[in-house]
Write a protein that binds this ligand. Structure first.
Ligand SMILES: Cc1ncc(COP(=O)(O)O)c(C=O)c1O
Length: 409
């Protein structure tokens, strides 16, 4: 079946020939970016430790889609620096709903999509307003670092439930999650695609989790911030779609910020179940106020027009995750690494190198700033998280620097 126009009518995706050429153009531009360029651009990743390779925080080194840049330029030229107008709020909700339908087959009523400043605002709102006072946050680990620290600020304990090994992949410990919920857990944090392991959970895994949560009458914060970043062979399944129970107990947090590299613009979206809408109406303003108009403009452009750029970015990242495997096999064969199924994060088990519980400190001293595994929970001892969304020449230099650090003792 041929496509008549530039786009496949059902998906809006570029035609294969276009996709190939835009991926090649993306790769050529990405490969040309130097560390000096990246430091000059001024991201946190490349400026916090100006004498080290930046590979810790989840920022990508590729800029953003031209359609997003154009929308931002137009908004700046029109001096759109005020509070969020209802029309932009509605446009963002419709844009996310369109993206979710097209990419995940998820039919979301835009009336259930609300803007928030960031995903962590959605998390704070869910803990404070949708769970019983004092109830614990149940957190599969390793985990995105703030999930370990923010509950304490909210006066809530965290119960870590280490993921368990199943061959080459880490999976959720359903018995452990069930026990933690039975012992007073009110909210399960379910990050998928998973930071830091890069796992993309399949339908059956998600259904299994939903059954356990439902059996304990608990809630789920489904952190799907990395959903657009899934590699061929896997598919993002929104947690809220796996069963009626999941749809009722999940609060889903999404954002264009990782895929299109917009985290500083402060805009995420929370997708609420119908039964939470009245409560949100009462309490949501505090969290919605954090969403910036420029962030909403950029996110709307990303969801409506940024697909082809994203597809090229994912193709490049796909090359990076495999190149990293080849480089490690050659230069650091003691490191255990399963290429991520989604996200641009690599979770490296470096226990075989004998660097102790905090290998990130050793590598930092040797000039590479990674995320030290224990920052992701007790299960992270002897691991590091590496952000592989970087030009491929920088990726090669990074592995060379890691290997040199190890070989020089
Ligand atoms: C899994 C995950 N959740 C949440 C966040 C934080 O997102 P935000 O800046 O929107 O709070 C990140 C950032 O890297 C992340 O990787």
């Amino acid at each position: 079946m041929g496509w008549a126009g530039d786009r496949a009518p059902a998906t809006g995706l570029p035609r294969p020939r276009d996709a190939r050429s835009s991926a090649a153009a993306f790769a050529a531009a990405a490969d040309r970016r130097t560390v000096a360029d990246l430091r000059a651009a001024g991201s946190l990743k490349w400026t916090l430790a100006p004498d080290r390779i930046g590979a810790f925080v989840a920022e990508a080194d590729f800029g953003t889609a031209p359609e997003v840049r154009a929308a931002l330029h137009a908004a700046v030229d029109a001096e759109r620096f005020g509070y969020l107008p209802p029309a932009d709020d509605a446009a963002l909700a419709a844009a996310f709903a369109g993206w979710a339908r097209e990419r995940y087959g998820w039919d979301v009523d835009p009336g259930r999509v609300r803007p928030v400043g960031d995903v962590m605002a959605a998390f704070r709102a869910a803990v404070r307003h949708l769970t019983a006072p004092g109830s614990a946050v149940v957190l599969p680990t390793p985990a995105y670092m703030p999930f370990l620290t923010v509950p304490g600020v909210l006066g809530r304990p965290v119960v870590q439930v280490p993921m368990v090994r199943d061959g080459d992949r880490l999976v959720h410990d359903l018995d452990g999650i069930g026990r933690a919920l039975a012992d007073g857990g009110g909210l399960l944090v379910l990050c998928n695609p998973h930071n830091p392991t890069g796992r993309v959970l399949d339908h059956d895994e998600l259904r299994g989790i939903a059954r356990v949560v439902d059996a304990h009458g608990a809630r789920v914060l489904a952190d799907e911030i990395h959903a657009p970043l899934v590699y061929a062979g896997r598919r993002h399944v929104p947690y809220a779609t796996v069963s009626p129970e999941a749809a009722a107990h999940a609060v889903t947090a999404v954002s264009a910020s990782k895929a299109w590299n917009l985290p500083g613009l402060k805009c995420a979206q929370v997708v609420l179940p119908p039964a939470d809408l009245d409560r949100w109406h009462d309490v949501g303003e505090e969290y919605e106020h954090g969403a910036s108009l420029l962030g909403v403009v950029a996110s709307t452009a990303a969801y409506t027009a940024g697909g082809p750029w994203l597809d090229a970015a994912v193709t490049y990242l796909d090359g990076n995750r495999h190149e990293l495997a080849a480089l490690l096999a050659t230069h650091l064969p003691e490191v255990r690494y399963t290429p991520p199924e989604g996200t641009y994060l690599a979770w490296l088990d470096v226990r075989g190198l004998g660097l102790g519980d905090h290998p990130g400190r050793v590598f930092a001293a040797a000039g590479v700033q990674l995320t030290d595994g224990p920052a992701c929970g007790d299960a992270g001892r002897g691991h590091v998280r590496y952000t592989l969304a970087t030009p491929r020449p920088v990726l090669r230099d990074t592995v060379a620097a890691l290997a040199a650090a190890v070989r020089s003792g």
